[in-house]
Structures are given as C-alpha cells and as structure tokens.
Ligand binder design. Structure first.
Ligand SMILES: Cc1cc2nc3c(=O)[nH]c(=O)nc-3n(C[C@H](O)[C@H](O)[C@H](O)COP(=O)(O)OP(=O)(O)OC[C@H]3O[C@@H](n4cnc5c(N)ncnc54)[C@H](O)[C@@H]3O)c2cc1C
Length: 489
C-alpha cells in the first residue's frame, strides 16, 4: 500500500516518547500526525515550544554499554535507528562517561527532523479528552504532566485507581546485595496470603541503639522540597518516613518499622526493637523494595542512611526513594503486552505515562510503540524484543514484570529507570579473572554486568534482523537515513 492511501497514526504529545514514536512510524512508511499542546497550552515544567524538550537535566546518563543498563539501552536504540539518540549524539557536550547534550540544539534538531519528514504533520493544540472515535491507531505519549482534560478522560475509561498523579517511591534494593547472615525471610505472623509462602519478606532487625541512631540520622538529613506547583501530596499510607519521624521518635516503630509478628531466625530469643521489611518487587525476584519507606530525603543522604540498617550495610539501590508530580498508569493492570489499553486497544501508550522513568527510557518505549503502531497499520505483526534486551526488560517491567502488593500502603507499581535488576538472571558468568584468581566483590559485579550486556546485544541484534521486514517502509522509502543512526537491520 502507498503511504498516501494509509490512514495516519495519531501521536498525542511531542515530548521524548512522542517524537521518537512519530519518527519510527514515518520511517516505516506510514503517515503520522503529532498533536502537541505547547505553545497553545503550557505545562508547569516546559519552557519552549520545541518538541523533545528536556525539562530538567541535560543528561542521558551513562553511555557505557558494557557496564551500565542505560548505556546498554543507548546502544539498542542506536541499533534501531533512534532519532532521539541520533540527535543526542550530534549535539553532545563533554560530560565524562555520560551522554549529555546541548538542550536547545538537541530539541531544535529533533523538531527540524520531524518538520522536514514528508510523512509527519504537526498540529499544535491540546487533546482535552479521549481521542475522537475516528482515530483508530493512537499513541498517547503525554508524559508526567498530562493535561487534566485528557487525564480525566483516561480515568473515566479505566477507573478511579488507574492513574496516579504522584510517585511515592520507596527505595528498591538489588536482592543479592542484602546480607542474609543478618536478615531473614518471614512474613508477619507467618501469614501466607494469596500467592505467598509465609516467608515472603526480607526482614532487617534493629536494636534500640541502632533504631535511635537511625532516627537521629533521618531527622538531621537534608530533604528536597516540592516545586511550587506540585503542592504537598501527602495522603494516608504514604507519608515520607522523615515526616513520620518528625511526628515522634516512636512513630516509625508503630508504622513501617514495627517489630511484631516476627522472630529473628539468626537470634530467636532476642526480640528486635524495630524491623525494616523488604518486599519482592519484580517477578524475577531480583529486586526488593523497602516497605513503607517513601521519602523526600536528598539522594546523596539516602544511601548512607539506609546502609545504617543491619543487613543493608552493602545495599546496592536499583532506585532511591522519592515523591514528585507524575501522572502515570497502573500499566501492569491496564495495558496488554503491546502497550495497548485493554479497555480500548486503539490507544497505545508510550513514555513516562506508562510507568517508566527518564528521558532515555521514555524515548525507548516511544520507539517500540511507534514500530508497533506502524506494523499494525501495515497489517504486520511485530514480535516483542526478547526480555534479555534492555528494551524488552523495560517493557516487561511495565506490562507484567512487577508484582502487585497485597497488603497496606499506596499502590505498589512505581515508575522505574532501566536497571540490571529488570534483566533475567544469567548463569555461567566467569568466576575467575584472566590471572586465574577468584573474582570478588566489585570485580564479580562487573563481570555479571558485562555478561548481561553482551547477552543483550546479541539478542537485540538477532531481533533487529528478524523484524527488519516489519519495520522497513512498505512503499518507496520516506527519507534518507539520519546522521549518526545505524540502520534498523
Ligand atoms: C519537573 C521534572 C523534572 C524531570 N527531570 C528529569 C531529568 O532530569 N532527567 C530525566 O531523565 N527525566 C526527568 N524527568 C522525567 C521526564 O519528564 C521524562 O523522563 C520525559 O520527559 C518523559 O518523556 P515523555 O515523552 O513521556 O513526556 P514529555 O517529554 O513531558 O512529553 C509529553 C508532551 O505531551 C504534551 N501534552 C501533555 N498533555 C497533552 C494533551 N492533552 N494534548 C497534547 N499534548 C499534550 C506536553 O506538552 C509534552 O510536550 C523530569 C520530569 C519532571 C516533571
């Protein structure tokens, strides 16, 4: 079919995800309309009318594709012909091992590339409710600051609890960094609950002195402030731990650190004064979150304070805690594995509204959503990238990798950056170095990361090759290639 005879895909939101999605649709030979509300309607964070504006830092984080998960995602996006990565590379500024960009040059280049593409049109204006019924293939990429009209439309369609407006994130720890000589598995009162075993939580015990020192550290630590427009979104079950500590030194012992119903397996005759519980966070069982530990402590303070907890002295954090304005879906419940809304499959979601976090992750999900939407329009099926790739691992987390909480507290699905805890574990990692000596500590961790990224590259390469037919234009190619991007296989 010729592009002119195809109905367009509609992309709502021209941020990181929407821009990448639209580019991918157009590069597959399918017409696409981007609906971006700026400058007709502003958000509280964007300052320009450019597409793909970076609202805060100018960094795409580490570009190390062998030892860092986001670096691996960069690699995969470049392999798949990402517009965001191509323009990021073209507008790079010096930043050591990170990929940082000249923010204006970058977003102007993304805007210019989309404006120049013959299959892309850009309409400025808010989509203030659910998209018109006539739009049969839509990508919603309206981000953490989705306008209220559209958010209300989505909420009406999917239900009250489907959309969150704030992150309330408790820190998430790589399970293999927890000292199980000190911590132990047990559910409170050994309750099994639905799907549980009675030993589902990891428990870290504190003596009275350790508890008092921990409270002192919380009270004296530096906190981040809410932005003026964010308000103070505290609600029951979601108070930051430092606010609880300010209300009284014993408050945490009656809340998330209560020691009742638990017996220290390593020291059964001594009752812990307080206990920190960690709950499994992903289906792979590689990540555990600190139950009830949402916090506004500055990132720099968090790791040091949480490592005061016995069992967590060497904890490695997949993400630190935080609370900030962020509109996002309860995706594991609402989206199918092709990122479509189960309640209305013509709507596909991409970017931070799906519950990923960060510029790169948002653009990556946009890339995949764009390709899926184009393939659907062309009557083709696009298989998902393998879970062993960074892109596959990220999408898996969004659509199904997370474990829903069964007990107290705020809704458990929380936005997440790409990290190695989302990758399926790998067997057969070298345990000795080139000198034949046994690898220990950091060296072992580096070997594991390198094995995971090598596996991911191989899998992504094979996937890109196997789907080449689904993502190349149906009719004469729309444009030439983009500077700095490798072809899609
Ligand atoms: C204050 C703040 C600071 C952040 N800092 C960082 C950071 O330093 N590093 C980082 O990696 N991530 C940061 N993030 C997260 C960042 O927003 C996302 O990583 C990324 O921008 C999300 O990409 P996106 O495409 O999903 O959304 P966006 O880039 O926000 O794009 C969404 C677009 O949709 C438009 N839109 C919204 N509603 C409608 C509508 N109804 N109709 C039409 N258009 C609409 C918006 O105008 C916007 O252009 C920050 C987020 C916020 C809110």
């Amino acid at each position: 079919m010729k592009p002119a005879s195809l109905n367009p895909v509609h992309v709502i939101g021209g941020g990181l995800a929407g821009s990448e999605a639209a580019w991918q649709v157009a590069e597959a030979g399918v017409p696409v309309v981007i609906h971006e509300m700026r400058p007709v309607r502003a958000t509280d964070a964007h300052k320009t009318e450019a597409l793909a504006e970076l609202v805060c830092s100018n960094s795409f984080r580490s570009d190390d594709s062998s030892g860092n998960a986001v670096g691996q995602l960069h690699w995969e996006m470049r392999r798949l012909g990402s517009l965001i990565m191509a323009k990021g590379d073209a507008h790079q500024v010096p930043a050591g091992g990170a990929l940082a960009v000249d923010r204006d040059g970058f977003s102007q280049a993304v805007t210019a590339a989309l404006e120049a593409h013959p299959l892309v049109s850009i309409e400025r204006g808010e989509i203030a409710g659910l998209p018109p019924a006539a739009w049969d293939n839509v990508i919603v990429a309206t981000g953490p600051l989705t306008s209220p009209g559209l958010a209300q439309g989505l909420q009406a369609l999917t239900g009250e609890d489907s959309l969150a407006f704030f992150d309330a994130i408790a820190p998430i720890v790589h399970v293999d960094s927890i000292d199980m000589e000190t911590a132990w598995f047990q559910s409170r009162y050994d309750k099994a609950g639905p799907g549980g075993t009675g030993a589902d939580y990891i428990n870290c015990p504190l003596t009275k002195d350790q508890y008092e020192a921990f409270i002192d550290a919380l009270l004296s630590a530096e906190k981040t402030e809410f932005k003026e427009w964010e308000g103070t979104p505290y609600f029951d079950g979601c108070l930051p731990i430092e606010v609880m500590a300010e209300r009284g030194r014993e408050t945490l012992r009656w809340g998330p650190m209560k020691p009742v119903g638990l017996t220290n397996r390593h020291n059964p005759t001594v009752k812990p004064h307080a206990v920190v519980q960690l709950r499994q966070d992903n289906a792979l069982g590689t990540l555990f979150n600190m139950t009830g530990f949402q916090t506004k402590l500055k990132y720099g303070e968090q790791a040091a304070i949480f490592r005061m907890i016995p069992g967590l002295q060497n904890a490695e954090f997949a993400r630190l805690g935080g609370i900030h304005r962020n509109t996002y879906l309860n995706s594991p419940k609402l989206l199918d594995d092709l990122l479509r809304l189960k309640a209305d499959p013509r709507l596909r979601f991409a970017g931070q509204i799906t519950g990923c976090e960060g510029y790169v992750e948002s653009a990556a999900t946009g890339l995949l959503a764009g390709r899926m939407a184009a393939a659907a329009r062309l009557g083709r099926a696009l298989p998902l990238p393998p879970a062993t790739t960074a892109l596959g691992a990220l999408v898996n987390h969004i659509t199904g990798g997370h474990i829903e909480t069964i007990d107290e507290g705020p809704r458990s699905f929380q936005p997440m950056n790409i990290n190695f805890g989302l990758f399926p574990p790998i067997a057969g990692v070298a345990t000795t170095g080139p000198d034949g000596k046994r690898l220990k500590g950091p060296a072992r961790s580096i070997a594991r990361k390198q094995a995971l990224t090598a596996r991911a590259k191989e899998a992504m390469d094979a996937w890109a090759r196997s789907v080449a037919a689904e993502i190349t234009p149906a009719a004469p190619p729309a444009t030439g290639s983009i500077a700095g991007a490798s072809p899609a296989g």
